[in-house]
Design a protein around this ligand. Sequence first.
Ligand code: GAP
Length: 451
Amino acid sequence: MTKTSSPDVLERLVSLCKRRGFIFQSSEIYGGTGSVWDYGPLGVELKRNIKDRWWRSMVHTRDDIEGLDAAILMHPRVWEASGHVGGFVDPLVECTNCKRRFRADDDRIKGEPATPDVQCPSCGMKGTIGAPRQFNLMFKTFMGPVEDTASTVYLRPETAQGIYVNFLNVQQASRQRIPFGIAQIGKAFRNEITPGNFIFRTREFEQMEMQFFVEPGTDMKWFEYWKEQRLRWHESLGLQPERLRFHEHTKEELAHYARAAFDIEFDFGGSLGFQEIEGVHNRGDFDLSRHQEFSGKKLDYFDQPNNRRYVPYVVETSVGADRTTLAVLVNAFREESVAGEDEGRTVLAFHPAVAPIKAGVFPLVKKDGMPELATRIAADLRGWFPVFYDESGAIGRRYRRQDEVGTPFCVTVDGESVSDGTVTVRDRDTLKQDRVASDRLRDYILEHIAA
Ligand code: GAP
């Protein structure tokens, strides 16, 4: 279903993201590429922090999950086996008057396609929307110098298949025993008919996927386990618990490969409301069995202690890095008044762990040794986390500039700092100021980031 978010909040966020260097439209100087976005200096840090947190929680802190980075281009038979060549389709309708195309289930279309009363949401003409046609969402390209059907390859529409085809490689190389998982982060591409809502639905995006291989019969137990783990992870990013919920797929909604599926949804506000940010799927033995069948290679697991072979079942967790980044931005965005001040402030109240810049460092004035001391402090802190040094404009303005990009701590060097080595640390959210010894500053900030 295509919906639009509250135009004002999303519009203001898009404008802030561009102005402050989080996200730019791709190829903007040429008029832009439809629903493809580039991450600027702050956006790349924010998204990387989210991806690093995912990798840490899924790979580094566990001994039962291995990492992988499979290629985007895969053997074309992979996509026949996975069901994407035959089944990864959306019904598409076209207006014969304005030539615009829509998903057939787009709720902006009034009336039934291919009837005289149907109305085009773009040009407003009646009776011009035709019957739905099936449209495959995979991008095609050619491998090698000859452009023919024999050389057709696809840009992967999900990262999961790279994991399935490497299941035995990883299992044997790492000597893992079932249950265990394989995790990867990477680009995926879908020729979406109606992308939109900024980075919510795009044609090029990043997924963070983990496939957990289990003994058949234990799959629902692991499915329940991963649902809860993944919800906790989203909360750990600072997403407000009341903005998160599960949505269970009905029989009609279940993908061709799924025995059971839950989405984790986030409330983006406005008319977009609750939308999927992650899918947790019980895929049974669908994928490994299909790859066995299409490749002719065995992908079963030998359970040594019980001396038996079986094709494992898979519990998948699949989350979009870009969609999570949008959730984190929406969750953090605030416009508020400040007691005792005429001007309000815009704040991105990020969890300190994902904030692109951890500390702003300012000399109160540009004299009396303050810039020199502040420069030294900034250089020292930069060895540990990203820092922004700013000596231009009134101190209040410098605070506002950091609030707007979500910097959790601002360190001010004043006259007292030069004489006794202490600085003030202002907390972005409470606006409270602590006096901290400059040699304790690094630990003070690191402790607060980890909290
Ligand atoms: N391997 C299973 C799979 O790909 P999915 O529900 O199609 O499942 C998983 O996608 C996640 O990937 C979604 O929850 C969403 O966060 C992200 N995603 C999917 N399509 C997207 C798109 N066009 N733009 C941005 N993110 C997308």
